[in-house]
Design a protein around this ligand. Sequence first.
Ligand SMILES: NC(=O)c1ccc[n+]([C@@H]2O[C@H](COP(=O)([O-])OP(=O)(O)OC[C@H]3O[C@@H](n4cnc5c(N)ncnc54)[C@H](OP(=O)(O)O)[C@@H]3O)[C@@H](O)[C@H]2O)c1
Length: 343
Amino acid sequence: MDAQLNNRQWLYRRHPEGLVGPEHYELVTMPLATALSAGEVLVEARYWSVDPYMRINQSLKPTYNELPHALDTVQTAGVVGRVLASSVPGLTEGDWVEGMLGWQTHARVHHSVLRRLDPALAPPSTAIGVLGMPGRTAWFGLMESGAPKAGEVVVVSGAAGAVGSLVAQFALKNGCRVLGIAGGAAKCEWLRSRLGLTWAVDYKAHADTASLAEEIKALTGGVDVYFDNVGGWITDAVIPLINRRARIVICGAISQYSGGLDTPELGPRFLHHMLYQRATIQGMLARDYLHRMDEMLRVVGPMLQRGEIVFEETVVKGFENLPATLQSLFTSDHRGKLIVAAE
Ligand SMILES: NC(=O)c1ccc[n+]([C@@H]2O[C@H](COP(=O)([O-])OP(=O)(O)OC[C@H]3O[C@@H](n4cnc5c(N)ncnc54)[C@H](OP(=O)(O)O)[C@@H]3O)[C@@H](O)[C@H]2O)c1
């Protein structure tokens, strides 16, 4: 191997006011020395994740991180790659690994930040999807914060996405009746026919909160668990429909990320419904369950191998497409986990 290689990197250069996109990033090529110190591994990236949290981390207001993502640094991201060279016995050339290596084609890192993957058990790309952070979010968010019981009505917003499509399926496996909210007739048809959801509602077919609420109420009668990925007016429609002792899981609020976190709008007030129904509302973060990753893998891994879970991946080819693909999380119509592949 040459003493150094060309490492292509996407640097986060400018803070977006609204929608994030290619104009906020710059593609650079930097030399990377290939000589390894003790404990180091050289990785070539094959799949990069794009995730809504990237836009949260660009907010100028305090979020779950004290500071926003630093400008002029490589965009933080989950990555799946192959080992090019290793100084540790547990990893050898060709092994598949996952880690927070960022939007770059190569990384030389300490082995402790890598998770070794077994491609015989599941396609490696699933380590940034169903068997990675989104899977962990869906599993613990639903099972621990949502605590669904058989027969209950579970409503999931963002239901056709990476987290939502898994939450909906875990709820079905738990014996719940599940309503997914997603944008567009095609996504709703996919939710019903491929994922087997009890109901699917196209929020884009509704002009306002009242009309959306009316359809959800007519279908379900009331909501026991609301797993919220989007916030905003969709959530305003669901909250007044909660049943006694409902559990509301705040997983995300993607409708507010493109500027709304810095300059929030005030929406309709709904907290009085929490009082009437003695309901609970709980925010949950995937990072709080990192130490229980193996627990999730022991349950969800076999579900995958038995073919019980649909884990669709929308794959965009080409490292150069990363910022545009991040933008499309907020604008276009992928299903399941959106990832970028090297080829
Ligand atoms: N708490 C945690 O630790 C954690 C971890 C992972 C993800 N999350 C959150 O979970 C949510 C989903 O993340 P994901 O990775 O699974 O992404 P995803 O659902 O695969 O992709 C985002 C989807 O959000 C929907 N969307 C975008 N803008 C919207 C808007 N203005 N109004 C309504 N829907 C909109 C789009 O679906 P439609 O076409 O159906 O509108 C889009 O496909 C995000 O809010 C994210 O921040 C939280």
